[in-house]
Design a protein around this ligand. Structure first.
Ligand code: ADP
Ligand code: MG
Length: 286
């Protein structure tokens, strides 16, 4: 696709790598989107989210980005955000499916939890079953990604997007990985890492499908606390790091009030110190 294929509508948010913009397509047929999911507008275009890459990317980064995009274009799962197109001419951008309820963290913060027995939910109302449903979708998407040997490295509710009817899809995969080596976690030589989502071994550089499991447990915890508090909010960054690298005795997040014991047991299995005994996404999903 090129610039000519999109008409910008409005800003959706500011990402670490540049702006995210809602746009309408012009004269392109998006084969990737199922008709029921697409947001076709009266003019025949489709609503999409455009993620621009900042101009100052070096050559190596652009190559890594291209490689990543090729991989992303092969991903196809109901709980993974679809990449719909890429523009590499001039100002580079990628085109993704538009998720109208934004990121899961912001979405959760707006919600009020109602009892499961309620009939007819109003806007911004969820029930415990819906919270579980959203978590299951993340497990499902991650199960798919892990089966492709894909390691996300930054799974968190802020990196999941919400569509209609509480559909949740994993996002920021690929981007966070290709940029991991450069801009995202390293700012002027200082290491910036999602420390509150990180398993012990990742502090020593060992990212794997199993460290994603750990982050999945934290993401579930975020869902049941409605994104209202940061994990280990009472601890400073330095304390979190010092505690995390202590190993098996590290402090684990408490069971949120809304979280059933059975679900908390899954979280605890995601937080096993030994990556080998830690729950896999297949197990978490089933
Ligand atoms: P980055 O990971 O580069 O920092 P994000 O992907 O988190 O950027 O995007 C920033 C914000 O833009 C998100 O928090 C979300 O609110 C919005 N956004 C991103 N992608 C989409 C999308 N496909 N549909 C709707 N909103 C989106
Ligand atoms: Mg993000």
């Amino acid at each position: 696709v090129t610039r000519k294929n999109i008409v910008e509508i409005r800003n959706l948010g500011m990402g670490q790598f540049g702006q995210v913009i809602l746009a309408r397509t012009v004269g392109v047929h998006l084969m990737g989107l199922q008709q029921t999911e697409s947001h076709t507008d009266p003019n025949g275009g489709t609503l999409v989210a455009i993620k621009k890459l900042k101009q100052n990317a070096e050559n190596g980064l652009v190559e890594a980005f291209d490689k990543e995009v090729k991989f992303m274009s092969r991903l196809k799962h109901d709980n993974v955000v679809r990449l719909l197109g890429v523009c590499t001419e001039g100002e580079s951008f990628i085109m993704m499916e538009y998720m109208e309820n934004g990121d899961l963290n912001q979405f959760l913060q707006k919600q009020k939890v109602m009892p499961d027995t309620i009939s007819g939910l109003k806007e911004n109302e969820v029930t415990p079953i819906i919270l579980l449903y959203m978590g299951v979708q993340i497990a499902s998407g991650m199960h798919y990604l892990s089966s492709r040997r894909f390691v996300h490295r930054d799974l968190a509710t802020r990196n999941c997007l919400v569509g209609r009817d509480f559909v949740v899809k994993i996002s920021d995969f690929g981007m966070s990985r290709s940029l991991y080596e450069s801009a995202y976690y390293r700012v002027q030589g200082t290491l910036i890492l999602p420390i509150r989502w990180m398993a012990c071994e990742t502090f020593y550089g060992k990212f794997s499908v199993k460290s994603d499991s750990w982050a999945f447990g934290v993401s579930m915890w975020e869902i049941y606390t409605l994104g209202k508090v940061d994990p280990y909010e009472e601890m400073t960054d330095e304390e979190v790091i010092a505690d995390a690298i202590r190993g098996p005795d590290r402090k684990l997040l408490p069971r949120p009030d809304l979280c059933p014991q059975k679900v908390y047991d899954i979280m605890l299995r995601c937080w096993a110190h030994d990556p080998l005994v830690r729950a896999s996404f297949g197990e978490a999903y089933s």
